[in-house]
Structures are given as C-alpha cells and as structure tokens.
Design a protein around this ligand. Structure first.
Ligand SMILES: [Ca+2]
Length: 290
C-alpha cells in the first residue's frame, strides 16, 4: 500500500503541472464563471417577474461582461451573449464583412461582435444599429456598451467605437422579435430573424456581468479595460460574479436588487477544464487503487 501511495503522489505531482498548462486562463474577474455549451444553455431573468432592467428614459448606462468565446457560431447564427434592452451578439466571418474588417483590428479567426440598443423612434421600435468590432476566440475580453447621454460606445478591451449621440433605451419591448426576458447566452433555441439568419446560443464562458445607470468608462483616455473585480455602488443595477461553487445553476445578483439569474439547459458555474482534469485525477486514482 505504501508503495502505491508514493506512486500516486508522484503521479499527482507530475500531472498537476501538465494539466495546469491545459487550463483556460482564470477569468480576469477571478473565481468561477458561467459555462455555456452553445447548444441550449442560457441564464435568464423571467420577464413576468423582473420586467426590464432599466426604467423608462434611461439615457446613461453601461452593460458589460468578461467573455471567452469558444466554438464559433455557424455562419447564419447571431450567437447571443446578452439580450433584452441591449443585444450583444457574435458572428463568424461569413465573407460579408470585408469592408468592415479593414477598418477594425480584425485578425484571421476573429469573431465579429455586434452590440445594439433597443430604442423608440417616433413611437416605433427601432435599434441603434451597430458597427461590428473584432472579438478574439479562446481568450478573455472585456466587452461593454455604454451611453453617457451624449456619446454611445461599443467597447472591446481598450478599443472603443464611439457614436456621437446618446442612446435612450426602450423600456417597452413590444414590437421586438426576440423574447423579452433578460438572458445571457441566448434563448435555449434558435429564433428566426429572417429567412437566412437566426439568433442562437453562445458557446463559451461569461463572467462578471454588470448593468449600471452610469457610463463607466472614459473612452477618450487610453487603457480603460477594468483591472479589478467589480463592486456594487449606487449606480449598480445588477452584478453577477458567478463565483458560486461549481455546478451551481442559480447565480446571485450581488447588487442588492435581487436579480438572481437561473441557469437553463445545463448552464452552470465552474471552470471546465479544471473539472475535466479533476476527473482524470479521479480515474488515475481509481486505476492505481486497483
Ligand atoms: Ca467570477
């Protein structure tokens, strides 16, 4: 038995550095994060209970998250990171963005992030329109959409695309085609936009999602990527750290506004490859004990 134990320790010591290399980097926000399989996983705030997150007339806000896209979506899918009054989606390069790609810092293999706000124009539902911005797969990026009442910015890390007008978000979502619930990761099903395109599920990881009633970032300065875990303040409407223990499917809002998200379809907290490696260690342990 003693020999077996020594052998096991040697194996464990050898395996830990090997598997550490295979882990995705920890989320910059720290702790666990939301894991979405890109098939049917999403997290939701039921619209009947929670309504819209921001009230009528909101002209100053920030929606933001740390995201780590994994499998790129099919070419006809807008993979939905976040949805309700603001839509955050990623698309694969489908050959239709050549002119845009020249204008942004797009590298081969990058996804295209699109963010838009739902607004009301002359009493009718409309969207702000959005200019795609490059988003790299298999790494963590901070993405945000904010309005300070005068400018609206779409942000990826230290890059911002600024529109020289504020955005007043629609509070009544009647007339918009997607479900009205606040969701992260899509809707658990594909939803037709037109004959050729669908909203669909996002594959990857999401961490540290915050909704605020203030524009958080001074995009006219350099280097505005947040470096620290967010804390709630007066302007925080919702803040999810996703630091619950692995496999949890309810995600606490720590803002004090009780917007507790529910994971559907298997959406859960964790650090996926760490769990996988732990599985390997368990298998190894079982094999050594035989
Ligand atoms: Ca976290």
């Amino acid at each position: 038995m003693k020999h077996q134990h020594i052998l096991t320790y040697l194996f464990l010591i050898a395996l830990i550095p090997l598997s550490a290399k295979a882990f995705p980097p920890a989320s910059p926000a720290g702790g666990n994060y939301l894991i979405l399989d890109g098939v049917d996983d999403y997290a939701v705030l039921d619209f009947k209970t929670f309504g819209v997150l921001l009230p009528k007339g909101t002209a100053e806000f920030t929606f933001e998250a740390w995201v780590y896209p994994t499998t790129p979506p099919d070419e006809n899918i807008f993979a939905t990171i976040l949805s309700q009054q603001v839509q955050m989606e990623v698309m694969s390069d489908n050959g239709q963005w050549e002119n845009i790609k020249k204008l942004i810092d797009w590298q081969t293999g990058d996804l295209l992030l699109m963010i838009q706000g739902h607004i009301t124009v002359e009493g009718k539902p409309a969207t702000t329109g959005s200019r795609p911005i490059a988003l790299s797969p298999n790494q963590w990026s901070h993405i945000a959409y904010q309005s300070d009442g005068k400018e609206t910015a779409t942000i990826v890390n230290d890059l911002a695309i600024i529109q020289p007008r504020g955005t007043v978000l629609a509070h009544d979502l009647v007339g918009f085609d997607h479900p009205k619930d606040f969701t992260l990761g899509g809707f658990g099903e594909k939803i037709r936009i037109d004959d050729d395109f669908f909203w669909g599920p996002f594959a990857g990881y999401i961490d540290e999602v915050r909704v605020s009633t203030v524009a958080r970032y001074d995009v006219n300065k350099e280097g505005f990527t947040p470096r620290n875990k967010f804390r709630k303040d007066q302007e925080t409407i919702a803040l999810w750290h996703f630091d619950e223990p692995g496999w949890t499917q309810k995600f606490s809002d720590v803002s004090g506004h009780a917007h507790h998200l529910v994971g559907i379809g298997g959406a859960r907290t964790g650090i996926p490859l760490a769990v996988e490696a732990q599985g390997k260690l368990t298998t190894l342990w079982a094999r050594l004990k035989q």
